[in-house]
Design a protein around this ligand. Structure first.
Ligand code: UDP
Length: 399
Protein backbone atom coordinates (compact mmCIF):
# COMPACT_ATOMS: atom_id res chain seq x y z
CA UNK A 1 0.00 0.00 0.00
CA UNK A 2 1.48 3.35 -1.02
CA UNK A 3 2.19 5.53 2.00
CA UNK A 4 3.66 8.57 0.35
CA UNK A 5 2.15 10.99 -2.10
CA UNK A 6 5.51 11.23 -3.83
CA UNK A 7 5.09 7.72 -5.23
CA UNK A 8 2.27 9.00 -7.47
CA UNK A 9 4.62 11.34 -9.31
CA UNK A 10 5.12 9.04 -12.30
CA UNK A 11 1.39 8.75 -12.84
CA UNK A 12 0.07 12.27 -12.24
CA UNK A 13 3.20 14.39 -12.64
CA UNK A 14 5.35 16.36 -10.22
CA UNK A 15 3.38 19.59 -10.57
CA UNK A 16 0.17 18.21 -9.06
CA UNK A 17 2.09 16.54 -6.23
CA UNK A 18 3.75 19.83 -5.35
CA UNK A 19 0.44 21.68 -5.49
CA UNK A 20 -1.08 19.18 -3.07
CA UNK A 21 1.79 19.51 -0.57
CA UNK A 22 1.50 23.27 -0.85
CA UNK A 23 -2.25 23.20 -0.23
CA UNK A 24 -1.70 20.95 2.79
CA UNK A 25 1.05 23.09 4.28
CA UNK A 26 -1.37 25.41 6.03
CA UNK A 27 -3.32 22.48 7.46
CA UNK A 28 -0.58 20.77 9.47
CA UNK A 29 -2.20 21.72 12.78
CA UNK A 30 -5.52 20.28 11.66
CA UNK A 31 -6.79 17.03 13.11
CA UNK A 32 -9.45 15.31 10.99
CA UNK A 33 -11.56 12.29 11.94
CA UNK A 34 -13.43 10.18 9.38
CA UNK A 35 -16.20 7.89 10.61
CA UNK A 36 -17.88 5.10 8.65
CA UNK A 37 -19.16 1.62 9.41
CA UNK A 38 -17.03 -0.92 7.59
CA UNK A 39 -13.32 -1.32 6.96
CA UNK A 40 -13.70 -3.50 3.86
CA UNK A 41 -16.16 -4.49 1.16
CA UNK A 42 -17.57 -1.58 -0.78
CA UNK A 43 -16.47 1.71 -2.21
CA UNK A 44 -16.32 3.82 0.96
CA UNK A 45 -13.83 1.58 2.72
CA UNK A 46 -11.86 1.38 -0.51
CA UNK A 47 -11.49 5.16 -0.66
CA UNK A 48 -10.79 5.66 3.05
CA UNK A 49 -7.99 3.11 2.99
CA UNK A 50 -5.93 5.32 0.70
CA UNK A 51 -7.29 8.75 1.54
CA UNK A 52 -6.62 8.57 5.29
CA UNK A 53 -3.03 7.41 4.73
CA UNK A 54 -2.36 10.14 2.19
CA UNK A 55 -3.88 12.82 4.42
CA UNK A 56 -1.43 11.76 7.14
CA UNK A 57 1.40 11.76 4.62
CA UNK A 58 0.76 15.38 3.69
CA UNK A 59 0.89 16.35 7.37
CA UNK A 60 -2.72 16.30 8.51
CA UNK A 61 -3.34 14.22 11.61
CA UNK A 62 -6.17 12.06 10.27
CA UNK A 63 -7.99 9.27 12.07
CA UNK A 64 -10.51 6.74 10.83
CA UNK A 65 -13.12 5.44 13.30
CA UNK A 66 -15.53 2.59 12.72
CA UNK A 67 -19.06 2.63 13.99
CA UNK A 68 -19.69 -0.75 15.60
CA UNK A 69 -23.10 -2.36 15.39
CA UNK A 70 -24.98 -5.62 15.86
CA UNK A 71 -26.59 -7.49 12.95
CA UNK A 72 -29.88 -5.87 14.01
CA UNK A 73 -28.34 -2.45 13.56
CA UNK A 74 -27.02 -3.29 10.10
CA UNK A 75 -30.42 -4.67 9.10
CA UNK A 76 -31.89 -1.29 9.97
CA UNK A 77 -29.19 0.69 8.18
CA UNK A 78 -29.51 -1.50 5.09
CA UNK A 79 -33.22 -0.65 5.05
CA UNK A 80 -32.26 3.01 5.32
CA UNK A 81 -29.74 2.62 2.51
CA UNK A 82 -32.33 0.96 0.26
CA UNK A 83 -34.93 3.62 1.06
CA UNK A 84 -32.49 6.43 0.29
CA UNK A 85 -32.21 4.81 -3.13
CA UNK A 86 -35.99 4.98 -3.46
CA UNK A 87 -37.31 1.67 -2.11
CA UNK A 88 -40.48 1.60 0.00
CA UNK A 89 -39.79 0.83 3.62
CA UNK A 90 -41.41 0.90 6.94
CA UNK A 91 -39.02 2.16 9.57
CA UNK A 92 -40.58 0.92 12.78
CA UNK A 93 -40.14 2.58 16.17
CA UNK A 94 -37.94 -0.32 17.24
CA UNK A 95 -35.72 0.27 14.15
CA UNK A 96 -35.34 3.94 15.02
CA UNK A 97 -34.52 2.98 18.62
CA UNK A 98 -31.77 0.58 17.48
CA UNK A 99 -30.42 3.18 15.04
CA UNK A 100 -30.20 5.92 17.64
CA UNK A 101 -29.03 3.79 20.57
CA UNK A 102 -26.19 2.28 18.55
CA UNK A 103 -25.03 5.75 17.60
CA UNK A 104 -25.31 6.93 21.19
CA UNK A 105 -23.25 4.01 22.51
CA UNK A 106 -20.62 4.57 19.83
CA UNK A 107 -20.44 8.25 20.68
CA UNK A 108 -19.25 7.33 24.19
CA UNK A 109 -16.31 5.25 22.99
CA UNK A 110 -15.31 7.16 19.89
CA UNK A 111 -13.49 10.16 21.37
CA UNK A 112 -13.46 12.25 18.24
CA UNK A 113 -13.99 15.63 19.84
CA UNK A 114 -10.31 16.55 19.95
CA UNK A 115 -10.46 16.74 16.14
CA UNK A 116 -11.03 20.09 14.49
CA UNK A 117 -12.83 18.65 11.48
CA UNK A 118 -15.21 15.69 11.40
CA UNK A 119 -16.34 13.78 8.32
CA UNK A 120 -19.20 11.32 8.73
CA UNK A 121 -19.71 8.87 5.85
CA UNK A 122 -23.14 7.58 4.81
CA UNK A 123 -26.27 7.06 6.91
CA UNK A 124 -25.04 4.53 9.47
CA UNK A 125 -23.20 7.08 11.70
CA UNK A 126 -25.33 10.06 10.63
CA UNK A 127 -27.08 10.53 14.04
CA UNK A 128 -23.75 10.61 15.92
CA UNK A 129 -23.93 14.40 15.75
CA UNK A 130 -26.91 14.30 18.13
CA UNK A 131 -24.76 12.98 20.93
CA UNK A 132 -21.98 15.56 20.98
CA UNK A 133 -21.76 19.21 21.77
CA UNK A 134 -20.49 20.23 18.37
CA UNK A 135 -17.55 22.63 18.44
CA UNK A 136 -15.91 22.11 15.03
CA UNK A 137 -17.12 21.78 11.42
CA UNK A 138 -18.95 18.52 10.75
CA UNK A 139 -19.66 17.38 7.20
CA UNK A 140 -21.88 14.51 6.12
CA UNK A 141 -20.37 12.74 3.13
CA UNK A 142 -23.12 10.77 1.42
CA UNK A 143 -21.96 8.21 -1.16
CA UNK A 144 -25.46 7.09 -2.06
CA UNK A 145 -27.73 8.13 -4.96
CA UNK A 146 -30.02 10.70 -3.29
CA UNK A 147 -31.91 11.72 -6.40
CA UNK A 148 -35.23 10.05 -5.47
CA UNK A 149 -35.30 8.89 -1.86
CA UNK A 150 -38.33 7.48 -0.12
CA UNK A 151 -40.04 10.60 1.23
CA UNK A 152 -40.85 9.28 4.70
CA UNK A 153 -37.31 8.18 5.27
CA UNK A 154 -35.95 11.44 3.94
CA UNK A 155 -38.18 13.38 6.34
CA UNK A 156 -36.86 11.26 9.19
CA UNK A 157 -33.18 11.77 8.27
CA UNK A 158 -33.36 15.46 7.34
CA UNK A 159 -33.20 16.86 10.89
CA UNK A 160 -29.93 14.94 11.46
CA UNK A 161 -28.48 16.12 8.16
CA UNK A 162 -29.36 19.73 8.90
CA UNK A 163 -27.25 19.69 12.03
CA UNK A 164 -24.17 19.34 9.82
CA UNK A 165 -22.37 22.34 8.37
CA UNK A 166 -22.28 20.85 4.91
CA UNK A 167 -23.30 17.80 2.94
CA UNK A 168 -21.00 16.32 0.31
CA UNK A 169 -22.46 14.31 -2.56
CA UNK A 170 -20.87 12.68 -5.60
CA UNK A 171 -22.69 14.58 -8.34
CA UNK A 172 -24.94 17.56 -9.07
CA UNK A 173 -28.10 15.43 -9.42
CA UNK A 174 -27.76 14.25 -5.80
CA UNK A 175 -28.10 17.73 -4.32
CA UNK A 176 -31.38 18.18 -2.46
CA UNK A 177 -33.52 21.26 -2.99
CA UNK A 178 -35.10 21.08 0.44
CA UNK A 179 -31.87 21.12 2.47
CA UNK A 180 -31.06 24.41 4.18
CA UNK A 181 -27.33 23.74 4.50
CA UNK A 182 -24.71 24.09 1.81
CA UNK A 183 -24.08 21.11 -0.47
CA UNK A 184 -20.77 20.38 -2.09
CA UNK A 185 -19.71 17.93 -4.81
CA UNK A 186 -16.70 15.65 -4.56
CA UNK A 187 -16.46 12.79 -7.04
CA UNK A 188 -15.04 9.49 -5.76
CA UNK A 189 -11.75 8.07 -6.99
CA UNK A 190 -9.47 5.06 -7.16
CA UNK A 191 -5.91 4.64 -6.02
CA UNK A 192 -3.79 3.57 -9.01
CA UNK A 193 -1.01 2.11 -6.84
CA UNK A 194 -2.90 -0.34 -4.66
CA UNK A 195 -2.88 -4.10 -5.10
CA UNK A 196 -6.28 -3.70 -6.76
CA UNK A 197 -5.23 -1.19 -9.40
CA UNK A 198 -1.47 -1.41 -9.95
CA UNK A 199 -0.10 -2.68 -13.25
CA UNK A 200 0.17 -6.48 -13.54
CA UNK A 201 1.85 -8.25 -16.50
CA UNK A 202 -0.36 -10.58 -18.58
CA UNK A 203 1.54 -13.72 -17.60
CA UNK A 204 0.94 -13.05 -13.92
CA UNK A 205 -2.73 -12.26 -14.55
CA UNK A 206 -3.19 -15.56 -16.34
CA UNK A 207 -1.41 -17.56 -13.66
CA UNK A 208 -3.32 -15.99 -10.80
CA UNK A 209 -6.73 -16.38 -12.43
CA UNK A 210 -6.13 -20.05 -13.15
CA UNK A 211 -5.87 -20.65 -9.38
CA UNK A 212 -9.53 -19.66 -9.18
CA UNK A 213 -10.60 -21.83 -12.09
CA UNK A 214 -10.69 -18.94 -14.57
CA UNK A 215 -8.86 -20.07 -17.70
CA UNK A 216 -8.49 -17.64 -20.55
CA UNK A 217 -9.36 -20.17 -23.25
CA UNK A 218 -12.48 -18.15 -24.19
CA UNK A 219 -13.28 -14.43 -24.06
CA UNK A 220 -14.19 -13.32 -20.54
CA UNK A 221 -16.91 -10.98 -19.43
CA UNK A 222 -17.16 -10.18 -15.75
CA UNK A 223 -18.88 -8.18 -13.06
CA UNK A 224 -17.18 -7.44 -9.73
CA UNK A 225 -19.71 -6.43 -7.11
CA UNK A 226 -21.12 -7.12 -3.69
CA UNK A 227 -23.94 -9.65 -3.97
CA UNK A 228 -26.66 -7.05 -3.89
CA UNK A 229 -29.95 -6.73 -5.76
CA UNK A 230 -29.09 -3.21 -6.96
CA UNK A 231 -26.07 -4.63 -8.78
CA UNK A 232 -28.48 -6.90 -10.69
CA UNK A 233 -26.39 -10.08 -10.87
CA UNK A 234 -29.41 -11.99 -12.17
CA UNK A 235 -29.75 -9.45 -14.98
CA UNK A 236 -26.10 -10.06 -15.88
CA UNK A 237 -26.77 -13.80 -16.07
CA UNK A 238 -29.77 -13.19 -18.35
CA UNK A 239 -27.65 -10.95 -20.60
CA UNK A 240 -24.96 -13.65 -20.68
CA UNK A 241 -27.48 -16.23 -21.89
CA UNK A 242 -28.23 -13.98 -24.89
CA UNK A 243 -24.55 -13.16 -25.53
CA UNK A 244 -23.58 -16.81 -25.41
CA UNK A 245 -25.81 -17.56 -28.42
CA UNK A 246 -23.58 -15.35 -30.57
CA UNK A 247 -20.14 -15.44 -28.95
CA UNK A 248 -18.67 -18.39 -27.11
CA UNK A 249 -17.44 -16.80 -23.90
CA UNK A 250 -17.39 -17.11 -20.12
CA UNK A 251 -18.97 -15.04 -17.40
CA UNK A 252 -17.26 -14.48 -14.07
CA UNK A 253 -19.16 -12.90 -11.19
CA UNK A 254 -16.80 -11.96 -8.41
CA UNK A 255 -18.26 -10.75 -5.16
CA UNK A 256 -17.72 -10.61 -1.47
CA UNK A 257 -19.75 -9.62 1.56
CA UNK A 258 -19.37 -6.30 3.33
CA UNK A 259 -19.60 -6.40 7.14
CA UNK A 260 -22.38 -3.81 7.05
CA UNK A 261 -24.47 -5.57 4.36
CA UNK A 262 -26.74 -8.34 5.71
CA UNK A 263 -28.51 -9.11 2.41
CA UNK A 264 -25.51 -10.65 0.65
CA UNK A 265 -26.05 -14.29 1.66
CA UNK A 266 -29.59 -14.46 0.29
CA UNK A 267 -28.62 -12.96 -3.06
CA UNK A 268 -25.55 -15.22 -3.30
CA UNK A 269 -27.60 -18.39 -2.70
CA UNK A 270 -30.09 -17.24 -5.30
CA UNK A 271 -27.37 -16.83 -7.90
CA UNK A 272 -25.80 -20.19 -7.10
CA UNK A 273 -29.15 -21.88 -7.60
CA UNK A 274 -29.57 -20.20 -11.01
CA UNK A 275 -26.17 -21.17 -12.42
CA UNK A 276 -25.54 -24.59 -10.94
CA UNK A 277 -25.38 -26.49 -14.23
CA UNK A 278 -23.59 -23.92 -16.34
CA UNK A 279 -19.85 -24.54 -16.71
CA UNK A 280 -19.30 -21.20 -18.44
CA UNK A 281 -20.49 -19.17 -15.50
CA UNK A 282 -18.01 -18.91 -12.66
CA UNK A 283 -19.12 -17.43 -9.36
CA UNK A 284 -16.41 -16.48 -6.89
CA UNK A 285 -17.28 -15.37 -3.40
CA UNK A 286 -13.92 -14.31 -2.10
CA UNK A 287 -12.37 -11.07 -1.01
CA UNK A 288 -9.06 -10.61 -2.78
CA UNK A 289 -7.84 -7.31 -4.24
CA UNK A 290 -5.29 -8.91 -6.53
CA UNK A 291 -7.98 -11.18 -7.94
CA UNK A 292 -10.16 -8.13 -8.67
CA UNK A 293 -7.20 -6.53 -10.43
CA UNK A 294 -6.42 -9.59 -12.55
CA UNK A 295 -10.04 -10.21 -13.47
CA UNK A 296 -10.68 -6.61 -14.54
CA UNK A 297 -7.49 -6.76 -16.66
CA UNK A 298 -8.21 -10.13 -18.26
CA UNK A 299 -11.83 -9.35 -19.11
CA UNK A 300 -12.62 -8.48 -22.71
CA UNK A 301 -15.63 -6.54 -21.43
CA UNK A 302 -16.49 -5.58 -17.86
CA UNK A 303 -20.17 -5.31 -17.05
CA UNK A 304 -21.68 -3.23 -14.26
CA UNK A 305 -25.37 -3.73 -14.75
CA UNK A 306 -26.46 -1.74 -11.72
CA UNK A 307 -30.05 -0.62 -11.28
CA UNK A 308 -29.00 2.03 -8.75
CA UNK A 309 -25.47 3.16 -8.14
CA UNK A 310 -24.09 5.96 -5.96
CA UNK A 311 -20.98 6.10 -8.10
CA UNK A 312 -19.69 2.61 -8.89
CA UNK A 313 -15.97 2.50 -8.27
CA UNK A 314 -15.73 -0.82 -10.09
CA UNK A 315 -16.43 1.04 -13.34
CA UNK A 316 -13.50 3.38 -12.87
CA UNK A 317 -11.31 0.45 -11.78
CA UNK A 318 -12.00 -1.40 -15.03
CA UNK A 319 -11.63 1.69 -17.25
CA UNK A 320 -8.30 2.45 -15.60
CA UNK A 321 -7.07 -0.97 -16.71
CA UNK A 322 -8.03 -0.28 -20.29
CA UNK A 323 -11.06 -2.54 -20.29
CA UNK A 324 -14.29 -1.27 -21.91
CA UNK A 325 -17.32 -1.22 -19.64
CA UNK A 326 -20.97 -1.91 -20.43
CA UNK A 327 -22.92 -0.45 -17.55
CA UNK A 328 -26.35 0.59 -16.31
CA UNK A 329 -27.28 4.14 -17.20
CA UNK A 330 -27.87 5.05 -13.57
CA UNK A 331 -26.45 7.13 -10.73
CA UNK A 332 -22.78 8.03 -11.04
CA UNK A 333 -22.06 5.64 -13.91
CA UNK A 334 -22.60 8.19 -16.74
CA UNK A 335 -19.84 10.32 -15.20
CA UNK A 336 -17.47 7.47 -15.93
CA UNK A 337 -18.78 5.69 -18.99
CA UNK A 338 -18.94 8.05 -21.94
CA UNK A 339 -21.38 6.22 -24.18
CA UNK A 340 -19.73 5.06 -27.40
CA UNK A 341 -16.28 6.32 -26.35
CA UNK A 342 -14.99 4.14 -23.52
CA UNK A 343 -17.98 1.86 -23.04
CA UNK A 344 -21.74 1.74 -23.38
CA UNK A 345 -24.57 2.88 -21.13
CA UNK A 346 -27.47 0.44 -21.16
CA UNK A 347 -31.04 0.47 -19.89
CA UNK A 348 -32.01 -3.19 -19.94
CA UNK A 349 -30.82 -6.78 -20.34
CA UNK A 350 -31.20 -6.80 -24.12
CA UNK A 351 -29.16 -3.63 -24.59
CA UNK A 352 -26.55 -4.96 -22.21
CA UNK A 353 -26.26 -8.14 -24.27
CA UNK A 354 -26.20 -6.34 -27.66
CA UNK A 355 -23.51 -3.87 -26.63
CA UNK A 356 -21.37 -6.58 -25.10
CA UNK A 357 -21.65 -8.70 -28.27
CA UNK A 358 -20.62 -5.71 -30.38
CA UNK A 359 -17.50 -5.23 -28.28
CA UNK A 360 -16.65 -8.92 -28.09
CA UNK A 361 -16.72 -9.10 -31.89
CA UNK A 362 -14.49 -6.07 -32.42
CA UNK A 363 -10.99 -6.15 -30.87
CA UNK A 364 -10.04 -2.82 -32.44
CA UNK A 365 -13.03 -1.09 -30.87
CA UNK A 366 -12.16 -2.61 -27.50
CA UNK A 367 -8.66 -1.25 -27.77
CA UNK A 368 -9.86 2.24 -28.72
CA UNK A 369 -12.35 2.29 -25.86
CA UNK A 370 -9.69 0.99 -23.47
CA UNK A 371 -7.27 3.80 -24.28
CA UNK A 372 -9.96 6.46 -23.83
CA UNK A 373 -11.10 4.83 -20.59
CA UNK A 374 -7.67 5.04 -19.01
CA UNK A 375 -7.32 8.69 -20.07
CA UNK A 376 -10.73 9.60 -18.67
CA UNK A 377 -9.88 8.10 -15.28
CA UNK A 378 -6.47 9.71 -15.20
CA UNK A 379 -8.01 13.10 -15.76
CA UNK A 380 -10.95 12.79 -13.38
CA UNK A 381 -11.01 9.93 -10.93
CA UNK A 382 -7.64 9.36 -9.28
CA UNK A 383 -7.08 9.65 -5.53
CA UNK A 384 -4.74 12.64 -5.96
CA UNK A 385 -7.60 14.81 -7.29
CA UNK A 386 -9.79 13.51 -4.49
CA UNK A 387 -7.21 14.42 -1.86
CA UNK A 388 -6.90 17.92 -3.29
CA UNK A 389 -10.70 18.34 -3.16
CA UNK A 390 -10.72 17.43 0.54
CA UNK A 391 -7.83 19.75 1.35
CA UNK A 392 -9.67 22.65 -0.29
CA UNK A 393 -12.89 21.79 1.52
CA UNK A 394 -11.20 21.57 4.93
CA UNK A 395 -9.24 24.76 4.34
CA UNK A 396 -12.36 26.61 3.24
CA UNK A 397 -14.19 25.55 6.40
CA UNK A 398 -11.45 25.99 8.99
CA UNK A 399 -9.51 29.09 7.92
N1 UDP B 1 -15.05 -5.20 -4.31
C1 UDP B 1 -14.06 -6.11 -3.99
N2 UDP B 1 -14.34 -7.43 -4.05
C2 UDP B 1 -15.55 -7.86 -4.41
C3 UDP B 1 -16.57 -6.94 -4.73
C4 UDP B 1 -16.28 -5.59 -4.67
O1 UDP B 1 -12.94 -5.75 -3.67
O2 UDP B 1 -15.73 -9.07 -4.45
C5 UDP B 1 -14.68 -3.78 -4.31
C6 UDP B 1 -14.64 -3.18 -5.69
O3 UDP B 1 -13.42 -3.53 -6.33
C7 UDP B 1 -14.78 -1.69 -5.38
C8 UDP B 1 -15.72 -1.71 -4.19
O4 UDP B 1 -15.63 -3.01 -3.60
O5 UDP B 1 -13.54 -1.14 -5.02
C9 UDP B 1 -17.14 -1.48 -4.60
O6 UDP B 1 -17.38 -0.13 -4.77
P1 UDP B 1 -18.56 0.40 -5.64
O7 UDP B 1 -18.56 1.89 -5.55
O8 UDP B 1 -18.47 -0.17 -7.03
O9 UDP B 1 -19.88 -0.21 -5.00
P2 UDP B 1 -20.45 -0.29 -3.50
O10 UDP B 1 -20.13 -1.68 -3.03
O11 UDP B 1 -19.81 0.78 -2.69
O12 UDP B 1 -21.93 -0.12 -3.69
Amino acid sequence: MPLSLKTYKDIVGEELIEKIYEEASSLTKTHVEHVNSTFYGGGVAEILNSLTLLMNDVGIKTGWRLLKGTPDFFNVTKKIHNALQGEDIELRDIDKKIYLETNEVNSIIMHIMSANFIIIHDPQPLPLINFYEKKQPWVWRCHIDLSAPNQMLWDYLKPFIEKYDKTIVSMEQYKKQDLQKEQHIIAPSIDPLTTKNKFVPDTEVKKYLSKFGVDLDKPIISQVSRFDKWKDPLGVIKAFEIIKKQVDCKLVLLGSMATDDPEGDIIYNNIMEKVKNNKDIIIINYSDDFLVNCLQRASDVVIQKSLKEGFGLTVTEALWKGTPVVAGNVGGIPLQVIDGKNGYLVNDVKECADRTIKLLKDPKLREEFGTLGTEHVKKNFLITRHLMDYLRLIKGMTQ
